[in-house]
Design a protein around this ligand. Structure first.
Ligand code: HEC
Length: 343
């Protein structure tokens, strides 16, 4: 079996192979490079029997799919030199901490006092900065940081899982709703494969010890409640499909994509902005009512909205979102706001 080198090796592929063996079926793969797992699933699962792997939690639902039992816990992790004592997140106070741009840990640190975050574009850059001692520790996705730590850096760092809102969870296999039997078979295979799953976790350097609980339940944690989908999409990007038919055409894909953008921006807005601006921007407080933007700023309103969201008005209580949310997400939110203007 030939795999794109960047995606190989992968725990989920090996597991899919093991499950396939138990079920007596050969495994074929469909790959999809996606930054939105749910969207990829909607357009691709039609041709597939199963998807390895996606969040097991009940709120993460994809139409037409049912999920197997959870088989593995995955989460963000603290990466630090072995001589740094890490018993709690607070042990990182006063240290320079590397995070990926737009990741849940970046938002987590931004909402807590006493932490200094440096943002990076890739995990590789974070490890590079750790090596050069430009940062003291990092918060990275546990499975991928653990894997690189083991395979590229001879376990030079300790990698300790953290749990808390938006920081991780369990994963499961998704199966088409129309194939309940397959779900049962996969559940049984996963149950029987428990020792192998444990071995694979060790082989791939996944953090194994009990995770540290990170308390994000203060009032400010509302900011940290990043759309869990977004957080998890980043996490599960490299997963395999077991395939029986062809994937949809590029055209169908694009149609699905543009139709989704506004709906997604609306849900992002309602996750991140509505506690100050009301559901869909309909705040009873006039200066926060985002349905009045076009009345207030006339033709220029989209520019005003974009720059206000990006730069914030910190003195007036509007946070700065540039550097926290990806630029395309901000632009999509502005497009969503178009749909709620009063005139
Ligand atoms: C902590 C509360 C808070 C959050 C969260 C928040 N805002 Fe605001 N926002 C405000 C306040 C307060 C103002 C009004 C500032 C003023 O009086 O000029 C404002 C103003 C704005 C304005 C300009 C309104 C105008 O008419 O001038 C826009 C656009 C906006 N916010 C968009 C957003 C978006 C999009 C999000 C989410 C990504 C968001 N805000 C999240 C508090 C918040």
């Amino acid at each position: 079996m030939q795999l794109p080198w960047r995606l190989s090796p992968c725990l989920y592929i090996e597991l899919a192979e093991l499950v396939g063996k138990r079920l007596g079926t050969p495994v074929e793969y469909v790959w999809w490079l996606s930054f939105n797992q749910r969207r990829a699933l909607r357009t691709t699962m039609e041709g597939c029997d199963a998807y390895f792997a996606l969040p097991a939690d009940a709120q993460y639902r994809v139409k037409g799919l049912v999920k197997s039992n959870a088989f593995l816990s995955v989460s963000y992790a603290i990466v630090a030199p072995h001589d740094v004592k890490v018993g709690a997140l607070s042990d990182l106070k006063g240290k320079k901490i590397g995070v990926l741009h737009g990741s849940p840990p970046q938002i987590l640190l931004a909402t807590k006092e006493g932490y200094t975050a440096s943002t990076f574009r890739s995990q590789e850059e974070v490890f590079d900065a750790l090596n050069k001692k430009e940062i003291d520790a990092a918060l990275l996705w546990g499975p991928s940081a653990g894997f690189d730590n083991k395979t590229l850096y001879s376990n030079r760092w300790q990698v300790i899982s953290i749990t808390g809102e938006s920081l991780g969870g369990q994963v499961a296999v998704a199966v088409s709703k129309e194939k309940p039997q397959l779900k049962d078979q996969i559940n049984q295979a996963l149950e029987e494969l428990k020792p192998e799953i444990q071995q694979l976790s060790e082989k791939y350097g996944f953090p194994m010890q009990a995770p540290l609980q990170v308390n994000s339940k203060n009032a400010e944690a509302r900011y940290a409640r990043l759309d869990t989908l977004q957080a998890k999409t980043a996490a599960y990007r490299s997963s395999g499909f077991i395939k029986v038919a062809d994937r949809p055409s590029r055209r169908e894909w694009l149609v699905a994509e543009s139709g989704d953008t506004i709906a997604e921006a609306k849900s992002n807005f309602n996750n991140k902005c509505s506690h100050c601006h009301g559901t869909n921007g309909a705040s009873p407080v006039s200066e926060r009512d985002l349905r009045k933007l076009s009345m207030r700023y006339k033709d220029d309103w989209k520019n005003v909205a974009y720059s206000t969201i990006t730069k914030g008005r910190p003195d007036l209580g509007m946070p700065t979102w540039g550097g926290i949310l990806p630029d395309e997400e901000i632009k999509a939110i502005v497009e969503f706001l178009v749909t709620v203007q009063k005139n």
